[in-house]
Design a protein around this ligand. Structure first.
Ligand code: NAP
Length: 353
């Protein structure tokens, strides 16, 4: 049982990110002070929206410069904090040239550096780490390994590597590292949030998050010739932010938490978009056969192994633990997708055809 003093600042790493911005907004609106780390505080485009929110909110916001690869860079922002929410981690799925350098090292060493600062800081009582369902499973084909037909918090990704699904591997390595470091001490406890594919409106108009870019691609015709039958587990960014905050401030909460609203294929997403935004955009209208996608996959930044092991295979999760331990309830997928697309449209990030 670790009760966090709400008058103390909360450290949020990767503060300008898509998810972290929602966590910070909610904390500030609850009157909680936030120390947020960013790689480049002088990049006003990344911090201005949060500064504007802080002006009207009861909580205070301070930005600090920190890089996952620089040991000690989280020492100063963590001062006086009882709760650390570590979201920063490189997140991209395609266009990776050097997985070790671009994904695995920053994820794992970043976790080491953040938790290293927590070990040195006597005020820290709890660390909430943003992991992913990708630390639970690697490929959809791994469903064959799930006992009871659903993945649970007991499962770990055992099939990803630096060569195959490197982002998933980076999240698995980072989470394993975090649990190993947490076990070496008992000053603070560790909880993880393992979200599915995060979608939903963003706090800022930045478009460099993989989640936001994918939604833009639905509207700009990238997939107009068809999508593969790819099943994902979706969760609203606002729910993921809430899960982190509940994990931080629920004294008796513990362990890993799968945070997912429900499953959908890419075509299901397109159908929701068609229903709400009609004929204005070139949304995909059909599923491309698996063999066709297998042939062209490298052109879209995917390997043929990825297609073989993922396309056409459904993935299911047991989300009961997040509902009991964190009292979570989930925004329906349709609302998430509708409001996300509405926002990028209102922000002028799309052109009608
Ligand atoms: P995002 O907007 O790209 O945020 C990633 C954050 O990590 C950015 O703030 C980025 O900082 C920071 N970062 C990356 N490399 C860094 C480094 N070397 N040093 C310091 N900071 C670094 O993506 P997001 O979706 O919000 O992701 C947030 C977390 O959620 C990540 O841990 C991700 O793995 C996890 N997650 C995301 C999804 C999803 O579908 N989006 C699903 C499950 C889990 P800069 O602003 O400086 O680039």
């Amino acid at each position: 049982m670790r009760k966090i003093d709400k008058t103390k600042p909360v450290l949020v790493t990767g503060g300008s990110g898509y998810l972290a911005s929602w966590i910070i907004k909610k904390l500030l609106e609850d009157g909680i002070n936030v120390n947020a780390t960013v790689r480049d505080p002088s990049n006003t485009q990344k911090v201005e929206q949060l500064n504007a929110i802080a002006e009207d909110a009861p909580g205070n916001l301070k930005f600090f410069q920190a890089d996952l690869m620089h040991s000690g860079s989280f020492d100063e922002p963590m001062q006086d904090c009882q709760l650390v929410i570590h979201t920063a981690s490189p997140f991209f799925l395609t266009g990776i040239k050097n997985p070790e350098k671009e994904l695995i090292q920053p994820a794992r060493e970043g976790t080491r550096n953040v938790l290293g600062s927590a070990k040195k800081n006597p005020t820290v009582k709890r660390v909430v780490l943003t992991s992913s369902v990708m630390a639970i499973y690697g490929d959809n084909a791994d469903m064959a390994l799930a006992t009871g037909g659903r993945f649970t918090e007991q499962d770990w990704n055992v099939t990803s590597s630096a060569d195959h699904q490197p982002y998933s591997y980076s999240k698995t390595m980072a989470e394993k590292e975090a649990w190993a470091i947490a076990k070496e001490q008992d000053q603070w406890d560790l909880l993880t949030i393992n979200p599915g594919w995060i979608l939903g409106p963003s706090v800022s108009t930045r478009t460099d998050s993989t989640s936001i870019r994918t939604m833009i691609e639905f509207g700009n015709g990238t997939y107009k010739n068809g999508v593969p039958e790819l099943w994902s587990n979706i969760v609203d960014v606002r729910d993921v932010a809430t899960a982190h905050i509940k994990a931080g401030f629920t004294p008796e909460a513990s362990g890993r938490h799968i945070v997912v609203s429900g499953e959908a294929t890419l075509l299901d997403i397109a159908k929701i978009l068609q229903k709400h935004f009609g004929r204005d955009y070139p949304f995909p209208r059909r599923e491309a056969p698996k063999f066709l996608f297998w042939l062209v996959a490298p052109m879209y930044g995917h390997t043929r192994k990825f297609v073989s092991k993922n396309v056409g295979i459904r993935v299911k999760f047991d989300t009961s633990y997040s509902k009991t331990d964190l009292n979570m309830s989930y925004i329906p997928i349709e609302q998430t997708i509708k409001e996300h697309f509405q926002q990028i449209r209102d922000d002028g990030l799309l052109r009608k055809r």
